[in-house]
Design a protein around this ligand. Structure first.
Ligand SMILES: [Zn+2]
Length: 350
């Protein structure tokens, strides 16, 4: 079975990977075997490819990439009760220790023992099949395509961010960054009740995609104080109720309180590899609430439900699809960060 393997930094190959076939020969009683259909290319996959590490996670041995996935159940363990062969599903990539303190406290995403696909030393799922726990595998409504289902993983981040922000109907939101995470966050903030969401980025094509998502999305080019003056002009100088930081850029994060209204909330989403500084004085005079998120916890069922009902449409975010045999080329293109692409996906042969 061929897999997309990150051999080491800057070196990918599509090749057989007998170790994973061997490890997944048998199925646990509460596991399912899944034939992969669509896998999204995530910024983290690309970062491992171009840098060989993310913070403390270092690629020290060949690792299969990919963690945003959908597929079809082809085998079920003896005790599996909620899924059957033939079910179309998406999978949550992080499996916590069910007995850990974090899990028992309801925040399994911060369990230090979580095993997350394509995070060294755990292999990802750019391969024909995988074995996964029933509890982290979610059946899809007929109306949700495999491509949309592979967007549930990034969407879960946006839904978790909007949940942590405690968005109320009629709130004014701001999202810094129009990459995949910024845009799913804007969609989630609208689904949570925002009256409108200002989205800012330096890439004009991404802002065009953002603007086309909803009449309630206001694109603003990230240039000087354009965002702050626009938000202030539209809110009688009051500011936005919620600001989501989805760039991971220290410069953007430094100004995160500037567009925020008194009593508002900032949600830090973008990963910051180094310590950064922000304007604590600006936070203080607003009595700002600051939330941080790390992935998500039990957001997949909500995401699947919203895609199923049409409350959220992620299709416009999928800008390119590659065949599995074009995987290496797909990653090279993703690594060049084309300004007009949001999410690229890879389809496995069926
Ligand atoms: Zn991802």
């Amino acid at each position: 079975m061929k897999a997309l393997v990150l051999e080491q930094k800057d070196e990918l190959s599509l090749r057989d990977f007998p170790a994973i076939d061997h490890a997944e020969q048998t199925l646990g009683p509460r596991d399912v075997r899944i034939k992969l259909h669509t896998v999204g290319i995530c910024g983290s996959d690309v970062h491992y490819y171009t840098h060989g590490r993310i913070g403390p996670f270092v690629v020290e041995a060949p690792m299969i990439l990919g963690h945003e996935a959908s597929g079809t159940v082809i085998e079920v363990g003896d005790e599996v009760a909620t899924l059957a062969v033939g079910d179309r599903v998406c999978m949550e990539p992080g499996i916590p220790d069910p007995n850990s303190r974090a899990t028992r406290l309801g925040m399994y995403n911060v369990d230090p023992a979580v095993r997350f696909w394509a995070t060294p030393p755990v292999h990802g799922i750019l391969r024909p099949t995988c074995v996964h726990p029933e509890a982290f595998t979610f059946r899809l409504p007929d109306t949700v395509s495999f491509a949309e289902a592979a967007m549930v993983e990034p969407l879960a981040v946006g839904v978790h961010a909007a949940t942590k922000a405690r968005v109320k109907p009629g709130d004014v939101g701001v999202v810094l960054g129009a990459g995949p995470i910024g845009l799913v966050t804007a969609l989630s903030a609208l689904a949570a009740g925002c009256a409108r969401v200002y989205v800012t980025d330096i890439a004009e094509p991404k802002l065009e995609i953002a603007a086309a998502l909803s009449p309630a999305i206001v694109p603003v080019r990230a240039e000087g104080d354009a965002l702050v003056s626009r938000v202030h002009a539209d809110t009688d100088g009051w500011g936005a109720d919620v600001v989501f930081e989805a760039t991971g850029s220290p410069g953007a994060a430094a100004g995160v309180f500037a567009p925020l209204a008194p009593g508002g909330c900032v949600v830090m989403i973008g990963g910051q590899p180094e310590p950064i500084s922000y304007d604590a004085g600006a936070a203080m005079v607003r009595e700002a609430r600051v939330e941080n998120i790390f992935r998500y916890a039990h957001a997949f069922p909500r995401c699947v439900a919203m895609l199923g009902s049409g409350a959220i449409d992620v299709k416009p975010l999928i800008t390119r699809t590659f065949g599995f045999d074009e995987s290496v080329e797909a990653f090279e293109i993703a690594a060049s960060a084309p300004p007009s692409d949001v999410k690229m996906q890879i389809e496995l042969p069926q």
